[in-house]
Design a protein around this ligand. Structure first.
Ligand SMILES: Nc1ncnc2c1ncn2[C@@H]1O[C@H](COP(=O)(O)OP(=O)(O)OP(=O)(O)O)[C@@H](O)[C@H]1O
Length: 266
């Protein structure tokens, strides 16, 4: 089993600490208006919110793709800044899985795609091979290692995209809409895989049942501010809160019943 939760220096620090982050785009559009968020090591948190709330902008601050506003972001005790060495380590610690797996897969075979990141870190030979196998095992894709990514199903490609990030042994795994375009079986299988990963997880999603299934805690972001932060089951049971922030449960979905079922299965 992968043990990267304990391998990062500064193990006492939270995985993620966002303090007073404000950010406007160059055209003046204000996207974040003072965001505070602490995620302890090993926790799984859903980041919810309507279109335009600032979710992507916040995620892009976690590994320094966006910066320059106010506030600080700390990952496993290391503050995100523009220093080249720090940024390289931050990008190893924060693994972002984008919505479209094809943005992350570009080499002839699955194994080469998964090896790409750790090879850039300098791993070679048996150590690199072990890292690739470990990551592919974690997402149940080891038997496909020599296949071409473009010949895999969408759900398989998404799993390989997760493996490319896991191969870096991240401190925190950030997933952008992980359930999108998955059929019900692939969606369920991915949930099982993500639940077993020993890693801090931040999941951006509009799929509220998926948030409930995977994350005990959810945070709602709207107009650049965190407007709710609590137990997912409680937030989803608050119809007025959801309506205020343009969040909708699927027709007929009862979060209380689903939470009881999940607790029974857990
Ligand atoms: N490159 C950009 N230039 C200017 N404004 C931007 C840019 N990208 C995003 N914005 C604006 O920043 C705000 C936050 O957008 P962001 O993409 O972070 O929201 P989001 O919550 O991820 O939305 P969605 O659910 O639609 O993906 C919005 O008002 C958006 O129009």
């Amino acid at each position: 089993m992968i043990g990267y939760v304990d391998t990062v220096p500064g193990a006492a620090a939270p995985s993620l600490d966002v303090r007073g982050v404000r950010f406007s785009y160059p055209d003046g559009q204000v996207a974040l208006r003072g965001v505070d968020l602490t995620v302890p090591r090993g926790e799984r948190v859903a980041l919810l919110g309507p279109n335009g709330a600032g979710k992507t902008t916040l995620v892009l601050h976690l590994n320094g793709i966006l910066a320059g506003g106010d506030g600080t972001v700390t990952v496993g005790g290391l503050t995100v800044d523009r220093d080249r060495n720090t940024l390289a380590e931050i990008r190893r610690r924060v693994g972002i899985v984008f919505q479209d797996p094809d943005d992350q897969l570009f080499l002839p075979t699955v194994a080469e795609d998964v090896a790409f990141g750790p090879a850039n870190l300098g791993l070679r030979g048996a150590e690199l091979a072990a890292r690739v196998t470990e990551a592919l095992d974690a997402v149940g894709m080891a038997e496909h290692r020599d296949r071409a990514p473009q010949h895999l199903s969408f759900g398989q490609r998404r799993r390989v995209a997760v493996a490319t990030v896991l191969a870096m042994r991240p401190e925190i795994l950030v997933l952008d809409e992980p359930s999108s375009n998955l059929d019900p079986a692939a969606r369920r299988e991915l949930a099982g895989i993500l639940r077993r990963l020993p890693v801090t997880l931040l999941m951006v999603t509009h799929d509220l049942p998926y948030a409930l299934e995977l994350c005990d805690r959810s945070v709602i972001l709207d107009t650049g501010r965190i407007v709710a932060d609590g137990a997912t089951a409680q937030l989803l049971a608050d119809g007025e809160l959801l309506a205020r922030h343009r969040l909708e449960l699927p027709y007929g979905f009862d979060p209380a019943v689903a939470a009881r079922q999940l607790a029974g299965n857990g």
